[in-house]
Design a protein around this ligand. Sequence first.
Ligand code: B1M
Length: 244
Amino acid sequence: MSNEELHEEEELDLASLPDDELVQQMHDDLYDGLKEEIEEGTHILLERGWGPVKVMNEALVAGMTIVGIDFRDGILFVPEVLLAANAMKGGMAILRPLLAATGAPPVGTAVIGTVKGDIHDIGKNLVTMMWEGAGMEVFDLGINNPVENYLEALEKHKPDILGMSALLTTTMPYMKVVVEELDKRGIRDNYIVLVGGAPLNEEFGKAVGADAYCRDAAVAVETAKELIAARRAASVEQPIAVAA
Ligand code: B1M
């Protein structure tokens, strides 16, 4: 039997599965980076009356969480994670307009970009996709960003997080330039600053004044969720004073 015949024989009719098995199958399909199957599964759940938030959390985000854990543990590698993230994006593209209509707030928002002088973007793109996969709204500034680009995006999007990426030892010090500029303008504490990139480490993150260094995209997701939750909890405990 040819591979093609074998594949056809093994092809599953997603619509024939009960909800719990379909969700389990979607987790497997996400893991395998099967975008079309994820899109089909998303449509089926919506047609069965699932709300977009439930589809996002139970079918997509839960599936990506498994991918994130296995990436962190060295079971999955960059190409597989990029495929999974791409499949996730397919599902999210269907849900996004529906989520916007429900007014459900995103888990958090972030601006991210590779710093001035640096054109490496594979790791940053992975972080962006994983953040989106975790339900965050992400504004990606691309590569080679001078401080002005970050300032403009922060002003425009007012995100929870500013993320910066650098892959060169010659460009990583630029992160300090950005943080110092935020300081100078008195807006440093308005944002959670997260940094990442292969040549960085924990100590460097502290030295440039970031809130945290993220070793990889999975850590970037965990750190973002943790720090956003802490920040929201703190703002409930200490409401910001409003001028009379
Ligand atoms: Co370049 N490059 N490169 N390169 N390149 C490195 C980084 C290098 C280590 C290779 C080497 O010499 N061994 C070296 C840097 C040496 C140093 O600074 N000490 C190097 C060099 C020297 C250069 C050039 C100067 C080469 C030249 O022209 N002479 C040049 C620089 C251009 C420039 O930026 N101005 C250059 C160019 C390029 C390409 C264009 C060819 C290409 C980039 C393509 C692209 O990105 N679109 C490229 C590549 C691919 C690499 C390597 C091979 C791979 C980088 C990568 O994508 N890794 C790299 C060697 C290596 O690292 N093995 C190398 C996979 C990626 C998933 O990992 O980016 O670490 P990473 O991201 C991880 C984490 O770091 C973290 O999460 C990601 C996912 O887990 N993370 C974040 C990253 N950003 C984050 C941001 C966050 C959080 C986490 O924000 C919150």
